[in-house]
Write a protein that binds this ligand. Structure first.
Ligand SMILES: [Zn+2]
Ligand SMILES: [Zn+2]
Length: 919
């Protein structure tokens, strides 16, 4: 007895087993290739998930697409490196650990920085691997030997090196800037970490006395407490209402400070009064206006969003308490003009929900323009291509309107900025290692600045730091530039653009080993400094109703739960099959259930194949086996052989083309239609008689048929493998169970189309045959022929060759359409009842419905019963005075009509029962 697959296909156990096997066998580990290696290289960097992360549908889609592309390249003979790792995720991780401490009644600040950071590392060691374990479950074929964490020593070293070099080149500076400030986290956060909400708020109008006149100028604000930091009032130069005030001063109420009235485009005549207050330290637009007019920046809040000493009498108050008091005082002193309801968009910290305060603070910046210019050029000149094309435009627009990048964060967890401040003279020193003394005053106690770097700073370096930079390594020579990046739109700017900037800058002059073959069609290859040749932006996964998934809506689909129910293969297949370019995926688990059935279908087909192999090969050595390459050893003796071979090669061509263009849905659906439709439903059915040597068949023919079958099955599994890696591995391993040297289907060659095998004639003939069989099946259904009953048919072939072809395949028609007798006629059958007419043939099913009297009587009696019940309940209603009084006329009329119809049906049924002589 040879291999026997279990009866039922149970993805859970199978998938777990192979996922473990792939990791244990290090199947996807890529040692550094030696010099002289000429195979083409395919490198892809995993967008590192946050170390705090849990797998969500976005990851699942992203990783499915990456794994399909990666497995496909590997099978095509590329040296394929997929580099995995996790991001230390500064704010997210810090907060997670702070919450943990909170539960123990401890606080970060009481603990101190060093102990806290140690605690985060402990957390990381214990829980940080969760998301990678989940990735393993997905079958992601990454090189686990190269797994990195963005805070690893070597990567941290590279981060310091980059920072110092940029500083030395004058591309890093310190400055005051308006940042999104989270008072709870006490740090600046990026735009990405701010979520905006529309809320019902208020708009207050405040009037400021104009100096030297008895007039007032009125401004509107939603944050009145910031007026304490006003340093000007702006009007538009074109606004004639205010021409007479140009050059005058106003008196800031409550603070009694004189502030200038300036002209600036910040004030727009069509909005409000046309005059605006300018608070450079607390609003980003005012900050820019302040720079244009050289206004003082007066910061009135501290890092907890409490008013500070600049806020006069309000110092020490929380910002919202200060707001109340300011409004009260303004009202009392006659400066408050009005209070109106107003819908406003407020920014909240995405992590803790605290309202963001735009706040002026000293931060570290990367001077972005020189880096952005080069990064824009790399895309403009197609050194990097971005697909779909519309994202290229978005990227270029963004690079044209880019601001300096604030890279400092006031956190404890992250890459600490390599800068020290002299305790005596406050000199700031940026250095690779801690300086022993101050170069300016000789002070010996320089202290490292407390800030850490934005996580995008370190992740922006990954394409080269993971390959050994700043050393020049063989890995870089081979794997840099990486080939492809597959990622989500939401991090196009934050991550992708930064990688391009840093890559072009720090890898300037780099050359990939020219001996390595390069895949064609990968953009302009004159420049090897770019971090990747191509960026593919994938869609979003939405719920089945096309709603964006969100925790608040409660419509988040957990991929792991879907996997538990239907298997990873079916889940992956769903995401691939639904990923049509340019549209988001409306994830519908009914589809996944359908692909689970697809896996089942393949499973059953495999069982059928093994059963026949066993029947034919009395021992293992006698068993026909595939050559592991293609379907080249396929022996064609029949129409269906020629046809399936042609179809397979055509499908292989289509699938390869689709994957080349990231048309995942097309690749998946093409394989599905072939495997289920053509291979399982047609080919397997057509060859059954040839396999059946026990019933007087020919053993040699059966053997040859089996050989073809296993060849084709093997090749089809390889075709499907990148999308459904687990079931294909399971069956493929069963085919090759006595060849352990073939370690995995993942290392077997991917089928390529052999155009020699395209056979148009066979495809055309088979199409006619299928058409005939389907026509007969449809006619049978229309005529309500009992499934088991064999019928006679008449066929009129329009051309003699077609008649010959059908004659040749008479057995198939008779078997697959339950035909007892197939007779050819030489006249048209189109006009007969029970016939179907096509361009090639007419077919007529000869059938007169025979009735099983007993069961028909049974059916009619049930029908009569139903009708009488209906009539009875209608009569009751129509006899009910109350009902008649209340019901609308149309309802009553409809009911009467229904009664008449029921009565007619009842009479008909009664007479039929009589006709049949039912008792
Ligand atoms: Zn926060
Ligand atoms: Zn000093």
């Amino acid at each position: 007895m040879l291999h026997e697959l279990p009866k039922a296909y149970e993805p859970g156990a199978i998938e777990k087993r192979w996922a473990d096997y792939w990791v244990q066998e290090k199947l996807f580990s890529v040692p550094t290739p030696s010099s002289g290696e000429t195979r083409p290289v395919f490198t892809l960097l995993l967008p590192p998930p946050n170390v705090t992360g849990r797998l969500h549908m976005g990851h699942m889609l992203n990783q499915t697409q990456m794994d399909i592309i990666v497995r496909w390249h590997r099978m095509r003979g590329f040296i394929t490196l997929w580099l995995p790792g996790t991001d230390h995720a500064g704010i997210a991780t810090q907060m997670m650990v702070e919450k943990q401490l909170e539960r123990e009644g401890k606080k970060r600040r009481e603990m101190g920085r060093e102990k806290f950071v140690e605690r985060v590392w402990e957390w990381k060691r214990e829980y940080g691997g969760a998301i990678l374990d989940q990735m393993k479950r997905l079958g992601a074929s990454v090189d686990w030997d190269r797994e990195y964490f963005t805070m690893d020593d070597n990567l941290s070293h590279a981060v310091r090196e980059v920072f110092v070099r940029l500083y030395e080149e004058g591309l890093i500076y310190r400055g005051n800037y308006i940042v999104n400030w989270c008072p709870w986290h006490e740090t600046a956060i990026s735009d990405l970490e701010v979520k905006h909400e529309e809320v019902a708020g208020k708009l207050w109008e405040i009037r400021y006395p104009v100096m030297g006149t008895n007039q007032f100028i009125t401004v509107a604000t939603t944050r009145p407490e910031t007026m304490l930091g006003d340093t000007a009032i702006a009007v538009n130069a074109k606004d004639e209402r205010y021409t007479h005030l140009h050059g005058k001063k106003a008196l800031l109420p409550l603070m009694n400070r004189e502030i200038p009235i300036i002209t600036d485009e910040l004030a727009q005549p069509e909005f409000g009064t046309g005059a605006v207050k300018v608070t450079p330290a607390h609003d980003p637009n005012d900050f820019e206006a302040g720079k244009r007019h050289d206004l003082p920046q007066i910061n009135v809040m501290d890092e907890h969003a409490h008013m500070n000493e600049n806020a006069g009498a309000y110092a020490g108050l929380d910002r919202f308490e200060a707001r109340k008091r300011v409004l009260h005082d303004l009202g009392e002193q006659g400066f408050l003009v009005s209070e109106k309801d107003h819908t406003l968009a407020i920014g909240k910290c995405d992590r803790c929900g605290t309202i963001i305060e735009p706040r002026l603070s000293e931060q570290w910046f990367v001077k972005i323009k020189p880096l952005a210019d080069r990064a824009r050029e790399a895309v403009e000149t197609n050194e990097i291509t971005i697909v779909p094309e519309n994202y290229r435009t978005i990227y270029l627009n963004w690079m044209n309107n880019i601001h300096d990048w604030c890279v400092s964060r006031q956190l404890w967890w992250g890459h600490r900025i390599p800068a020290w401040t002299c305790g005596s003279c406050k000199e700031v020193m940026v250095a690779r290692e801690a300086p022993a003394k101050c170069p300016k005053c000789g002070g010996t106690k320089p202290e490292q600045v407390p800030d850490v770097l934005d996580t995008w700073f370190s992740s922006g370096l990954l394409p080269f730091t993971t390959l050994g930079w700043p050393e020049k390594t063989r890995d870089q020579a081979v794997f840099y530039p990486t080939t492809l990046l597959i990622t989500a739109y939401e991090i196009l700017f934050f991550w992708v653009a930064r990688m391009i900037m840093f890559g072009c800058h720090f890898m300037h002059g780099h050359q990939q080993d020219p001996a390595i073959k390069r895949a064609s069609g990968w953009g302009n290859k004159n420049n090897d400094s770019v971090p990747f040749r191509r960026v593919y932006i994938h869609a979003l996964v939405r719920d089945a109703e096309r709603q964006k998934m969100s925790k608040t809506k409660g419509n988040v689909i957990d991929p792991l739960e879907i996997i538990d129910r239907f298997g990873t293969d079916a889940t992956r297949f769903t995401l691939a099959a639904m990923a049509a370019p340019g549209t988001d995926i409306a994830f519908n688990e009914n589809r996944t259930e359908g692909y689970r059935a697809f896996a089942n279908k393949i499973w059953n087909a495999a069982r059928f194949m093994f059963m026949n192999l066993d029947k034919i090969g009395l021992d293992a050595s006698a068993r026909p086996r595939p050559n592991g390459k293609g379907v080249s050893s396929f022996a064609c003796s029949t129409l269906e052989d020629r046809w399936i071979l042609s179809r397979f090669n055509r499908v292989a061509a289509n699938v390869n083309e689709a994957l080349e263009a990231y048309r995942f849905h097309e690749a998946a659906n093409t394989i599905y239609d072939f495997f289920w439709g053509e291979f399982c439903d047609w080919y397997l059915e057509l060859i059954k008689p040839r396999l059946n040597f026990e019933e007087g068949g020919d053993r040699t023919i059966a053997r040859a048929t089996c050989a073809n079958l296993v060849n084709l099955f093997d090749a089809s599994l390889r075709l499907l493998h990148p999308v459904m890696p687990f079931i294909t591995e399971e069956i493929w391993q069963a085919i090759y169970e006595d060849k352990p040297e073939l370690k995995s289907i993942a290392l077997a060659p991917y089928p390529r189309a052999d155009q020699q095998q395209f056979d148009l004639a066979a495809e055309a003939e088979m199409a006619i045959l299928q058409d005939l069989i389907v026509s007969i099946r449809n006619l049978r259904a229309e005529l309500k022929v009992e499934p088991k009953l064999k019928v006679s048919i008449e066929v009129f072939a329009h051309e003699p060759e077609i008649r010959t072809m059908i004659e040749h395949n008479r057995g198939a028609v008779e078997r697959l359409a339950s035909v007892e007798k197939l007779a050819f006629v030489d006249h048209s059958l189109a006009k007969l009842a029970g016939s179907r007419s096509t361009a090639r043939f007419d077919v007529h099913v000869v059938y007169e419905r025979k009735i099983d009297v007993a069961s028909e009587c049974e059916r009619l009696k049930k029908e009569l019963d139903r009708l009488e019940k209906g009539i009875g309940s209608g009569q009751r209603q129509l006899g009910n005075e109350q009902f008649l009084a209340k019901a609308p006329e149309t309802v009553v009329e409809n009911l009467r009509k229904q009664q008449r119809e029921l009565a007619v049906l009842r009479d008909k049924t009664v007479s039929k029962l009589k006709e049949l002589g039912c008792s």
